[in-house]
Design a protein around this ligand. Structure first.
Ligand SMILES: Nc1ccn([C@@H]2O[C@H](COP(=O)(O)O)[C@@H](O)[C@H]2O)c(=O)n1
Ligand code: CDI
Length: 166
């Protein structure tokens, strides 16, 4: 009836790439490098859902050797992952994620990220939480070399989610 999963991802910050987090394009002097749009937050969420389903990871479902995924919006990947969950009879119980970034300041963008994630997962914004933290200038994130994200997702059988409001 319940399945829990966690996800973690890191992407490198480089010049001349767009910075997209939670499906939101953020004005910044560098962006994340990847085969897709490198949306590290959505990748961590995809992995958490896949983990809850016992379905491996994002690289297994969307290999970075497949040109179909070059530059793809990770919102599309999240919708596909969610379709797998729904096909197995699951809906989001709740989802919590943290973006680990020294910069830029993400607080002004969090609400838009939550709305994108909730829409892609066919759930209410009340079931989705996104946080941001720096690492106090320690480590790769602190040196602004990359951005990391982690996520935890609880999946519930859809029948339960319909009966029990959040
Ligand atoms: N990239 C970030 C990082 C953090 N925030 C917000 O600032 C708060 C304090 O961060 P600490 O790392 O000093 O704990 C944090 O709780 C976030 O609200 C942010 O907006 N963007
Ligand atoms: C998302 C995919 C899509 O090809 O590519 P990347 O953007 O490189 O992201 P990563 O987190 O390395 O996961 C692998 C791939 O699934």
């Amino acid at each position: 009836m319940f399945r829990i999963g966690q996800g973690y991802d890191v992407h490198r910050l480089v010049p001349q790439r767009r910075l997209i987090l939670g499906g939101v394009e953020i004005d910044h002097e560098r962006g994340l490098l990847g085969h897709s749009d490198a949306d590290v937050l959505l990748h961590a969420i995809c992995d958490a859902i896949l983990g809850a389903l016992g379905e491996g990871d994002i690289g297994r479902h969307f290999p970075d050797t497949d040109s179909a995924y070059r530059g793809i919006s990770s919102l599309k990947l999240l919708r596909e992952v969610m379709a797998l969950a729904e096909g197995a009879g699951y809906a989001i119980g709740n989802l919590d994620a943290t973006v680990i970034a020294q910069a830029p300041k993400l607080a002004p963008h969090i609400r838009a990220m939550v709305e994108n994630i909730a829409a892609a997962c066919h759930t209410d914004v009340e079931r989705v939480n996104v946080k941001a933290t720096t690492t106090e200038e320690l480590g790769f994130a602190g040196r602004r070399e990359g951005i990391a994200a982690q996520a935890v997702v609880l999946l519930q059988k859809s029948s339960v989610t319909e009966e029990i409001p959040f």
